[in-house]
Design a protein. Structure first.
Length: 368
C-alpha cells in the first residue's frame, strides 16, 4: 500500500470497528479521529481499500469493516509504541507473583500464565506443547510416598513432568519396583518422546521376565503416564470468556461451534503449527464452515501459546500480553542466568518490545 493516508484511514477503520463492532462510515472517522482531510477523500480512499480487498461491507449503504486482509495489513504495520500502554502495571505485577514460586514446574507456570492472559484479553488461550520429535526423556524416577504407595515420575528435556501414583499390591516390594524403574531408565533415557511407546512396549517382556509383577506394573505406569502426557500437549483455558463477546451472546450456535473448534485437538494443532517461523508473534485468519476466527500465536521455549477468538478483537492488548509473557518466561526458564529470577523488577514496556523481533508479515493469507 503506497499511500500513507490510505493506510491511516485503514488503521482508523480497524481500530474503530474493533472498539464498537459497528461498520464504520466516513462521518464517524472524521468525528472520532480528526483526520486532516475531507469526507470525500475518506470515501474515495475507502472505495479503493474495498476494491483492493482490505475492507468489506454487509450492505450497499452500510459502513465498512476490515476484511481478514485488512486486519493482516493493520497488524503487520503496528509499531511497538502502539501497544506499549496495553500491558498495564497490574498485569505485570500479577505475572511476577507467578514467577516468585521457584518450585513451580514449566506446566504450572504456563497454566497460570495462560489463565492471566485469558483474564486480560477476555479470550480463550491455548498451549501447544513441544512436538514429540523435538523432545526427549531425561529422567525416570520412583519416589516412595509411604509404606503402601509410590509415585512414578518422568521428566523431559523441556522441563515437563508427568506423575503417576500407584498403590503397592500384595507381594510387591518397593525395591523390586525401583529395580524395574532403573531398568527402564537405563534403556529409555535420551529417547525421543515420539519413540518411547514402541520402545517401552518392546522392553516389557524382558522387564516382566526379570522383575515379575513389579516389572509389569512399572512399564504399565510408564505407558499410562506417557498417554496422559500426550493428552496434555494441547490445553485450553478461558473458554467461558467467549460467552461475554457480542459475537456469541446472541448466537448460541456460533458459541457452540467455537467451543467445538477449540476442543478439536487435531484441528487446533494444525492451525497453531502451520506457520514455520515461530520466533515472532503470528496472526492467522481462517474462514471455515464453523465461522471466522483469528489465532495469535507466540513461541515460548519449545511451546506455543495462542489466543483464539473472533477476528474483531483488541490486538494491541493481545500482542502486548503475549510479548510480555514470552519475554518473562524465556528469561525465567531458558536464560543462562536463571538464578537471578527471584523477583524480576518490572521492566518498562519499551524494553520488552525491544527484546521481541519485529513481527514479520504472515506467510499465508485467508484460507478457505
Amino acid at each position: 500500500m503506497k499511500s500513507a493516508r490510505k493506510y491511516l484511514i485503514l488503521k482508523c477503520i480497524c481500530e474503530e470497528f474493533i472498539k464498537t463492532g459497528v461498520p464504520v462510515g466516513s462521518k464517524a472517522l472524521l468525528e472520532s479521529y480528526h483526520l486532516n482531510c475531507s469526507s470525500a477523500t475518506i470515501r474515495n480512499a475507502r472505495a479503493e481499500l474495498e476494491e483492493e480487498g482490505y475492507l468489506e461491507k454487509k450492505h450497499v449503504s452500510s459502513g465498512r469493516r476490515p476484511s481478514s486482509k485488512g486486519y493482516q495489513y493493520y497488524l503487520e504495520h503496528l509499531s511497538t509504541t502502539d501497544s506499549e500502554s496495553s500491558i498495564g502495571l497490574e498485569f505485570q505485577r500479577e505475572f511476577q507473583e507467578i514467577l516468585k514460586d521457584h518450585t513451580r514446574s514449566v506446566e504450572d507456570v504456563l497454566t497460570k500464565s495462560c489463565q492471566r492472559i485469558s483474564e486480560r484479553t477476555k479470550m480463550a488461550t491455548v498451549v501447544l506443547g513441544p512436538k514429540a520429535d523435538q523432545e526427549s526423556l531425561v529422567s525416570i524416577q520412583l519416589l516412595s510416598l509411604n509404606e503402601k504407595s509410590a509415585r512414578f515420575i518422568f521428566i523431559t528435556d523441556s522441563g515437563y513432568v508427568e506423575k503417576k501414583t500407584f498403590v503397592r499390591q500384595k507381594g510387591e516390594s518397593f525395591t523390586g519396583r525401583q529395580n524395574a524403574v532403573n531398568f527402564l531408565s537405563k534403556r529409555l533415557t535420551g529417547t525421543k518422546i515420539a519413540d518411547l511407546e514402541a520402545k517401552a512396549k518392546a522392553l516389557k517382556p524382558l522387564a516382566v521376565q526379570r522383575y515379575g509383577k513389579e516389572g509389569n506394573r512399572v512399564v504399565q505406569a510408564f505407558l499410562e503416564s506417557l498417554l496422559s502426557f500426550a493428552r496434555k500437549k494441547l490445553t485450553v483455558y478461558g473458554q467461558k470468556n467467549l460467552l461475554t463477546l457480542p459475537e456469541f451472546q446472541n448466537d448460541r450456535q456460533a458459541f457452540v461451534n467455537a467451543i467445538d473448534t477449540l476442543q478439536d485437538g487435531s484441528s487446533m494443532s494444525h492451525s497453531l503449527t502451520e506457520n514455520d517461523d515461530l520466533g515472532d508473534a503470528n496472526v492467522g485468519f481462517t474462514h471455515v464452515q464453523k465461522g471466522d476466527r483469528a489465532i495469535v500465536t507466540k513461541a515460548v521455549g519449545n511451546d506455543q501459546i495462542a489466543v483464539v477468538g473472533p477476528k474483531r478483537r483488541d490486538y494491541k492488548k493481545i500482542l502486548a500480553a503475549l510479548d510480555y509473557v514470552a519475554y518473562r518466561l524465556d528469561r525465567y526458564f531458558f536464560s543462562p542466568d536463571q538464578n537471578s529470577t527471584s523477583l524480576i523488577p518490572i521492566t518498562p514496556v519499551q524494553e520488552v518490545n525491544k527484546s521481541v523481533t519485529k513481527k514479520k508479515p504472515a506467510k499465508k493469507g485467508v484460507k478457505k
